[in-house]
Design a protein around this ligand. Sequence first.
Ligand code: HMG
Length: 445
Amino acid sequence: MTAVGIDAIEIWTGNLKLDLPGTFAPQKGEDPEKYTKGLGLNASSFPDSYEDIVTMGANAAHRLMERKGLEPDDIGRIDVATESAFDNSKPVSTYVAGCLEQVYDGDFHHANKGERKFACIAGTQSLDDAYNWIRAGRNRGRGALVIATDTALYARGDAGEATQGAGAVAMYISEDPDLVELSTEQGYGSADETDFLKPNQQFPSVDGKRSVQVYLARMREALEDYESVAGDTHPDQFAYIPFHTPFPGMVRKAGLLVYRHMIRDTPIEKELADEIGRQPRAEAFDDEEAFHDALREYTDALKETETYQEWYGETIDPTLTLSREVGNWYTGSVHVARVSALKHALENDLDLAGSQLLVGSYGSGAQAEGHAETIQDGWKEEIEALNLEEQLEARYDLSWDDYEEIHDVHNHDMDVDVEEFTTPDSEFVFDGWGRMGERKYRYVE
Ligand code: HMG
């Protein structure tokens, strides 16, 4: 069977940054370490006044097409995953295609376009749609462009304000991919939950503490469902495990949960038993609360073991490097985590071709999904071609007053105009409103 997967990936960060320990913490009267150590974040990316989900998505896609030498005729499908859409009818992918048509001779009239919504997991669902379309043989030799783009803003004063972010990830899905091959094995954990939602409103209603519990519960279900098709997982099976990363502290919890699950009934659990005992089994307890207390105690002890910390340092921590600098990009977040891991491998000269990733996606509302990916021979060239440091360093560092202004600019209920903080350079920009309330865009050389 021909391999199908992600051939190339590009990332576009919002052009502004908010320093969390330096600028945000003092204004909130909080210890900077709540952000750097607790949540695990140094900064958030923000869109400048001329940026939005379309410009960031189109800019990531343009860079990807240029680098891979793709023309519109090579792309048979454009799906945008977002939870920041501004139109209930016309999909963001049409705006993105309109942008790209300004800079290419060809057009995308032949391409099937759509928009995917299920909170942060929609990016992964769009990957699935592309994979299925190719596997079904309906692609006529073309690939699919999948774009995950969001401005993840919270209402001012919301606990989630510290986890904001803005950026886009563009991926080209094709046969014989250079980066990773996707597999047919997947696991789901899905339930009707009310943890984070936006009922016809721009900023989310969030039950933050509950959302953390729902994330973990659904992720565990997804792992068990994955194992029901792919067989038991083992911690040494995967080079990295990129998770959806609303903030790195969340993944610290997910990593520990997954490790505990994976080592059950393995020699690792046995070897650790002298130090911390065996994992409590539900059958051994009459009362559920006592079982949960025992499990919590075991998990706390497991976290402190050298065995776990070494595994976490190699398999999970490298997936968080980019997220620490950009915050939550919602639909793009798990795809940023994958890139972060592969960048770590590149920088440490690891030979990854043929190794596996276990990718854990999540969207509030709520659904988790787990699947394995096999790293392809071309991964190094793909990751070497990214210019992430350059992008992150070029961001304008917002003062507190700047931050208040730019948050208002992007607040749909406010009509605020500010001078742009940065100068657009070889990118698409928002160019005002059309006669039917549509947003207009132009390419700036
Ligand atoms: P909070 O109440 O401000 O923070 O909000 P906290 O008091 O819980 O502290 C956070 C962590 O920092 C804790 O660590 C503290 O101990 C630690 P933990 O105990 O949990 O390991 N801490 C410190 N550490 C060192 N030094 C200090 C210090 N002070 C505190 N001085 C909350 C946290 C997550 C609730 C908030 O940020 C929030 O509401 N975020 C938005 C919701 C969210 O991100 N949920 C995550 C799961 S849901 C999800 O991922 C889906 C999502 O992406 C949306 C979608 O799918 O569309 C959000």
